[in-house]
Design a protein around this ligand. Structure first.
Ligand code: NAD
Length: 474
């Protein structure tokens, strides 16, 4: 049974628990306790005690510890990737990509001495100067989703703590092992006790964290309905909140696209991470005469993808996170067929014991269909058609989400039109996954994000600090 980390000590929790699976075999490999308000209260109290001295620790000392943490992450890189594959299911190559992207946020956090600088204007009035300082908030909380067990926790606590806050992390109950290992390495790096605390659990723990009077800000990443709820609940309690939600990403393929480049990029976007990615390409829109060839080539290439346990050599599509989720994705496929989509590639019917589903391609999908507008979160690519770029953009804008949109074209004008007109906060040109690097914000729009300051990039330093303005006359 996993333990909570409270004030530098791993504490047993006597509460109901859930199994943690190896999704490639269906075996239970661990148990995760479901903490309640009492356990949350202990962790917040430990964080509040630690804040007294941590917030006064010089920034150079905070950064020195962060560099040590980064060094430990590099040393344990392969172990972390294997842990991600073990309990999430993604391929080792994907897991290595995830860990690398997570470490890049730690690299970015090490820039705190520059990123925390305020500003000054002398002689704002006769003999008067004005200064702006950034201050930490206090105890802050992070609630990550299951699909990036190492990377998304690393979006959260490194920036928060290097800015002088103390942290309570509530890992996903489906994939808590990554956060546990990160916390162990964080302690090994020498951070004082209570700077990072870990509380395992689900909805009850999240609600207790948001309601706790000493928690000043909440960073959430997960599904859209929960993001919306967390946003509202946090607002009700007067908390600062950043809540990233789900997605329905369109990949627009123009007649002038280089399909040798576009098809592998679309495959990686739609079926990488078994489609369990908020930047997964969900709808490929063939514009004009490229449509039939696009479908044919995508289906041919997708049918050759190797499905299996993520640790096996050559595997390209790992299992889904749980059997219930696999069944939910199958229900979406069935629903699409009922709504009139064509079945161009059928990934159903792979036998267990793991939670596998093969790449599936639905043809002739429109935004009016459930499969055309809802997030499926599995290895299912819908193909739709448009006569013009403007029509393709209208299809992308017809869904409520606005995480990412990509275009494949050799025309700068086409790329610019999409960039200007599409209602999505992350845009790819001839790339299938437009993931911003750590020093830019992860910039979802519309129902993909609730709040104003996004994960990582300078946004995150603003999110985790408050500003004080001083007007001086001497
Ligand atoms: P989820 O919303 O089910 O869970 C996310 C977190 O919220 C977990 O820690 C969970 O314990 C907690 N939670 C679950 N139900 C809750 C409730 N009713 N009240 C309070 N807390 C609750 O999401 P998930 O299934 O873990 O992750 C997949 C989703 O996350 C997908 O929709 C995906 O698009 C999204 N996602 C978004 C981004 C982004 O940056 N926009 C990144 C990754 C994943």
């Amino acid at each position: 049974m996993l333990k909570n980390l409270v004030g530098g000590e791993w504490k047993e929790v006597s509460r109901p628990a859930l199994p943690v699976y190896n999704p490639a075999t269906g075996e239970v490999i661990e148990e995760v306790p479901l903490s309640g308000p009492e356990e949350v209260g202990e962790a917040v109290a430990a964080a509040a005690r630690a804040f007294q001295s941590w917030s006064r620790t010089p920034v150079m000392e905070r950064v020195r510890l962060m560099f040590r943490f980064k060094e430990l992450l590099e040393r344990h890189f392969e172990e972390l990737a294997r842990l991600v594959t073990l309990h999430h299911g993604k391929t080792l190559e994907e897991a290595r990509g995830e860990v690398r992207r997570g470490i890049e946020v730690v690299d970015f956090a090490c820039g705190a001495p520059t990123l925390l600088q305020g500003r000054t204007l002398r002689e704002v009035s006769s003999g008067v100067d004005q200064n702006l300082f950034h201050y930490p908030l206090g105890v802050v909380a992070g609630i990550p989703p299951f699909n990036f067990p190492v990377m998304i926790p690393l979006w959260m606590f490194p920036i928060a703590v290097v800015a002088g806050n103390t942290f309570v992390l509530k890992p996903s109950e489906k994939t808590p092992l990554g956060a546990v290992r990160l916390a162990e390495l964080f302690l090994e790096a020498g951070f004082p006790e209570g700077v990072l605390n870990l509380v395992h659990g689900g909805q009850e723990a999240v609600e207790a964290l948001i309601a706790h009077p000493e928690v000043r800000a909440v960073q959430f990443v997960g599904s859209e309905p929960v993001a919306r709820r967390v946003y509202a609940l946090a607002a009700e309690h007067g908390k600062r909140v950043s809540a990233a939600g789900g997605a329905k990403n369109h990949l627009v393929v123009m007649p002038d696209a280089d399909l040798d480049l576009a098809v592998p990029a679309i495959l990686n976007s739609a079926f990488g991470n078994a489609g369990e990615r908020c930047l997964a390409g969900s709808v490929a829109v063939g514009v004009g005469e490229v449509g039939p060839e696009l479908l044919e080539r995508v289906v041919a290439a997708a049918s050759r993808l190797k499905v299996g346990p993520g640790w096996e050599e050559g595997v390209q599509v790992g299992p889904l996170i749980r059997e219930e989720h696999r069944q939910r994705v199958v229900r979406y496929i069935n629903r699409g067929l009922e709504e009139g989509a064509g079945l161009a590639l059928d990934g159903r019917g792979i036998e267990g014991p793991g939670f596998f589903l093969g790449p599936t391609v639905l043809d002739r999908v429109s935004p009016g269909m459930v499969v055309g507008r809802e997030e499926i979160f599995g290895p299912v690519l819908s193909v739709s058609y448009a006569q013009t770029l403007e029509e393709a953009i209208r299809q992308a804008n017809a869904v409520s989400y606005g995480n990412m949109a990509c275009i494949f074209t050799q025309s700068g004008r086409n790329a610019r039109v999409l960039r200007e007109e599409v209602q999505a906060g992350m845009v790819g040109v001839n790339v299938g996954v437009a993931q911003p690097f750590a020093f830019y914000p992860f910039s979802g729009w519309r129902a993909s994000f609730f709040g104003d300051l996004h994960p990582h990039g300078p946004d995150a330093f603003l999110f985790y600090t408050q500003r004080k303005v001083v007007v001086e006359r001497w």
